[in-house]
Design a protein around this ligand. Structure first.
Ligand SMILES: Cc1cc2nc3c(=O)[nH]c(=O)nc-3n(C[C@H](O)[C@H](O)[C@H](O)COP(=O)(O)O)c2cc1C
Length: 376
């Protein structure tokens, strides 16, 4: 028996998780016509079998035509429900629980027809147009319909994707949300309004025992230095609004989990969110590896292993009350038994993730590539 705090149970709403490990949402290009294939179901189940207690499905477009035009994207609709049920059942049989991630790409959609808060992917980059209030109401209902499909197929809950520069993060970020109708502008409470309305509508439709996670990040794929909350006071306002709307757990996405959020304090974004929101949080970012996810996507460097140091840091963070759960992305792609091997303290046996493990991602990265060039 491990004595590590990472291998103690955690109560997340109605779910009793046997340990603290979560697999975060990762697009794998294993869907056909928006529906997960059998191979994707087996891939998820294999990570649950390897000891990961909570699996979050890859970002799935919500039931609204504006959600994405990415050809290999997953969708969560009545049409793809059976395929998602296969995934949820397979994970359940392997001893895990599953949340499905709800996603709308907003102005990251690159075909000129995007809907978003202000028609901006980032300051200076126009993409499509601002959604009207009626369109926002339709999109909110699309989130709810997809959440209900998740509930119907037996998922324990959903994760609302409000991170990394996609639609709901475009709302949270002042740089991409210049609305003047109470849903945007310089006040974080206004920018949080639409994501909070979506969470509240899902809570109303799916009831109290349906887990709602919400993923947020300061950084965007299109701007690593971006901030949705410039100060702890702004973060406090944001997390309180989200918690009161019905979020059970915040997934605070960082590129490297060991980096402090603000100078003069060692806590990362998850640590701050937990302290300010008094609610469960998931930390994430390069667990087990020495390079971050964006370097994996945009550079040639192969990551190296960084396991013992990470585990020591994470154990300290859990003991200090700075996080509750830990998401492991690429390292779990690299080795489905990562969690079991950590539990056995057999770090040397862990197979390190390689960039080639991702295969060929058929993804239109044009908005991202333009932003990367602008960032230098
Ligand atoms: C191939 C790949 C696909 C990803 N797709 C998504 C996604 O669909 N939704 C999301 O919120 N994050 C996505 N991410 C980000 C991961 O969830 C995670 O935050 C990131 O990889 C950092 O964790 P890691 O350093 O442990 O890999 C993706 C990452 C990778 C490597």
């Amino acid at each position: 028996m491990s004595t590590s705090p990472l291998f103690t149970p955690f109560q997340l709403g109605p779910l009793t998780l046997p340990n603290r490990f979560v697999m975060p949402a990762m697009q794998r290009g294993m869907c056909e016509g928006g529906a997960p294939t059998q191979a994707l179901a087996e891939y998820y189940a294999r990570r649950a079998e390897g000891g990961c207690s909570l699996i979050i499905g890859e970002s799935a477009a919500i039931d609204h035509p504006s959600a994405t035009v990415q050809p290999t994207a997953a969708w969560l609709t009545e049409k793809t429900a059976d395929a998602w049920k296969t995934c949820v059942d397979a994970v359940g049989e392997a001893g895990g629980a599953m949340l499905l991630q709800l996603w709308h790409e907003g102005a990251m959609r690159s075909d000129g027809d995007a809907l978003s808060p202000s028609g901006l992917a980032y300051p200076g980059k126009e993409s499509g147009r601002a959604a009207t209030l009626d369109e926002l109401a339709d999109i909110r209902e699309g989130f709810v319909r997809s959440a209900k499909v998740a509930q119907q197929v037996g998922a324990a809950g959903v994760e609302v994707h409000a991170a990394h520069g996609y639609m709901l993060d475009q709302f949270l970020w002042a740089g991409s949300n210049r609305r003047t109708d109470g849903y945007g502008g310089d006040d974080i409470a206004h920018r949080a309004r639409f994501p909070a309305e979506i969470v509240a509508a899902i809570r109303d439709a799916c009831g109290p025992d349906f887990v709602i996670a919400l993923r947020l990040s300061q950084w965007k794929e299109v701007d690593y230095e971006a901030r949705i909350a410039e100060t702890p006071a702004e973060l406090a306002t944001l997390v309180t609004i989200l918690r009161d709307a019905g979020v059970d757990v915040l997934h605070a996405s960082t590129r490297r989990f060991w980096e402090p959020q603000w100078a003069g304090d060692t806590r990362n974004l998850a640590g701050w969110a937990k302290a300010l929101g008094d609610m469960p949080v998931i930390t994430v970012g390069s667990v087990g590896l020495d390079t971050d996810v964006m370097d994996t996507f945009t550079q040639d460097a192969e990551p190296g292993a960084r396991v013992a140091e990470a585990i020591e840091d994470l154990e300290r963070m859990i003991e200090a009350g700075e996080c509750d759960l830990v998401a492991v992305g690429r390292a779990l792609i690299g080795d489905p038994d990562f969690v079991k091997k950590v539990e056995a303290r057999d770090h040397g046996a862990i197979r390190t993730f390689r960039r080639a493990d991702l295969g060929q991602l058929e993804w239109d990265l044009s908005v991202l590539e333009e932003a990367q060039q602008a960032q230098g």
